[in-house]
Design a protein. Structure first.
Length: 203
């Protein structure tokens, strides 16, 4: 079995449109609204998410833009889909234009994630297009209990790690797995890896 590579730094939200300040504003508003709706204090959410009280406060007051890793932890702590933290509130039908997509990049630019469906279109399902440069690894902490993922490889070679299991996938291959354990996606080939990622949350 190949030795697992060290994952790159956690990705920070860097949108194609609107700028990081716009993302920070929406995250701050959604975080505060969702936390208060659940009757949770910052201390409560800190215990549930593993993110420090000070870190949560800085996000809510827009003193810092959170990384993708922190957003996942906060989403798990709040018990809501990841996309709900970065999207504008939706009250009617929503259309997602490619030019308006909020693209998430890793700090080194080797990993990107682009939503393929408007937030709230299906409350328990999210759809993303992931892209990894050759040699790139993106590691994810365990999602909320009962969460599942479905991956479809479009181009390139994927090495998927789910807990201690390793799966090698080629273009056209797909895999479904329980995502409430630590997992990672690695581009094990020499060309760009592109895949569709469907996240299905448990009820």
């Amino acid at each position: 079995m190949a030795r697992e590579k060290k994952a790159p730094p956690a990705a920070a939200p860097v949108p194609d449109q609107g700028g990081p300040d716009d993302v920070g504003r929406r995250v701050a508003e959604n975080l505060r609204r969702r936390r208060k709706a659940r009757g949770m204090s910052l201390d409560d959410l800190a215990r549930a998410s593993g993110v420090s009280r000070a870190g949560l406060s800085q996000i809510e007051t827009r003193k810092t833009n959170p990384t993708v890793g922190l957003l996942w932890k906060i989403a798990v702590g709040l018990g809501l889909p990841f996309a709900d933290l970065i999207a504008e509130p939706v009250t009617t039908a929503a259309v997602l234009r490619r030019d308006n997509t909020q693209l998430l990049r890793s700090v080194d630019g080797k990993f990107t994630s682009r939503p393929l469906a408007p937030s709230g279109a299906a409350p328990l399902v999210e759809l993303y297009e992931l892209s990894l440069k050759p040699g790139a690894v993106h590691s994810s902490d365990a999602h909320a209990e009962g969460t599942r993922e479905q991956l479809v490889v479009l181009d390139g070679a994927l090495r998927l790690r789910v807990g201690d299991a390793v799966y090698e996938l080629a273009p056209g291959d797909s895999v479904g797995f329980v995502a409430d354990v630590a997992h990672s996606y690695e581009n094990s080939g020499k060309t760009e890896l592109r895949l569709h990622n469907v996240i299905i949350y448990g009820r």
